[in-house]
Ligand binder design. Structure first.
Ligand code: ATP
Ligand code: MG
Length: 329
């Protein structure tokens, strides 16, 4: 799916996704559920780590998609090494809150008394946006550790929740600022909001599949981002099938003649090829529609024929992030 430059096409190839992200400290990966957010986050992290960036992958809400993808049992709230220069933190709101309160108050027993009782525990989960902002507070904290003298993380990659919840999470600091108006909660929310909305520090990467419904949802998500749209570095179109041959139009002319032979094995092969050509055409139409409607760089990430993705698949996808030029509409 790499675009090539020919004598007739003098425009140089676009940057890779990794190059486009530049020196940003935080990358938020979001998209429809099941479109490959965790896979993209993991492979992007591998690509960045290979370039020498000390990278931390973060998953929230007790999710463990990243951990299982990287062959680790998700350890509660511990930074785990998952590769050379690559680490993983799986968190939930309760762990992040405990961390915060204990660091502020220096008294774990007090935290337990106040927050781990049967009233406060469920309360945290039911206040809209509260679990999100608590976890984003930890992300903010991790982003600060990189002082000039002691650079800790060059890059944080947040495997964010899917579309609707993803938008709520990104909007949670602003909601908290509206509710609080002043005081320490307000000040914290403001700091987090500043990090998330700063295009120099934070980029957003969208994920989708080359199919009509995921494309519609990606477009809705993009609209829903409001002013944060300018922070979208690109959209990864995941699970793109390689074409069986080029040009696909050759099949239209050849297929009728090929079905004249009635040998069952042959007909099966023709039917499979026909399905492959049809899928490729549909994927191309969806990708084109997405690219034109978004007006943003896209990256076609190849489909890996594996029941379960393994290290070598992630490395191949990481290679796409490091070297495959983004397609500009
Ligand atoms: N390029 C690819 N080729 C083949 N399979 C893929 C590819 N990308 C992702 N998958 C598979 O698709 C499934 C969904 O991927 P993934 O878990 O990354 O999506 P997600 O958006 O994080 O899902 P969720 O919303 O549940 O967190 C997984 O089984 C994964 O192995
Ligand atoms: Mg996931």
């Amino acid at each position: 799916m790499c675009s090539t430059t020919t004598a007739a096409d003098p425009s140089p190839p676009g940057p890779s996704l990794l190059e486009r992200l530049g020196d940003r400290r935080l990358v938020v990966v979001t998209g429809k559920g099941g479109t490959g957010k965790s896979t993209v986050a993991a492979a992007l992290g591998m690509a960045a780590a290979k370039r020498g960036k000390r990278t931390l992958l973060i998953e929230t809400g007790g999710a463990h998609g990243l951990a299982s993808l990287l062959g680790r049992r998700s350890a509660r709230y511990r930074v785990l090494p998952v590769g050379e220069g690559l680490h993983l933190l799986s968190m939930n709101a309760h762990d992040a809150l405990e961390d915060y309160v204990v660091r502020q108050l220096k008294l774990r027993s007090l935290y337990r008394l106040v927050f781990r009782n049967r009233f406060m525990g469920p309360f945290i989960d039911t206040v809209p946006g509260l679990p999100d902002i608590i976890q984003l507070g930890k992300v903010w904290d991790l982003a600060q550790e990189g002082s000039a003298s002691q650079l800790h993380w060059d890059l944080l990659i947040l495997d964010a929740p899917a579309t609707g919840h993803g938008l709520t999470m990104l909007g949670s600091p602003a909601s908290m600022m509206d509710v609080t108006r002043s005081g320490p909660f307000h000040a914290n929310a403001k700091r987090i909001h500043r990090l998330l909305t700063d295009p120099a520090q934070t980029a957003i990467v969208l994920t989708t599949l080359p199919e009509p419904l995921p494309v519609n949802e990606a477009l809705q998500l993009y609209q829903g981002l409001g002013p944060a749209r300018e922070q979208v570095a690109g959209c990864v179109i995941n699970q793109v099938h390689q074409p069986p041959f080029e040009p696909l139009d050759a099949w239209t002319a050849a297929a009728p003649a090929l079905t004249r032979c009635e040998e069952p094995g042959w007909l099966e092969a023709v039917a499979l090829t026909d399905h492959w050509v049809t899928t490729t055409r549909q994927q191309r139409a969806s990708s084109l529609r997405l690219g034109q409607a978004l007006g943003l760089p896209t990256l076609a990430l190849p489909y890996r024929f594996q029941r379960q993705l393994e290290q070598q698949d992630l490395e191949a996808l990481a290679d796409s992030f490091a070297h495959q030029p983004l397609e500009t509409p």
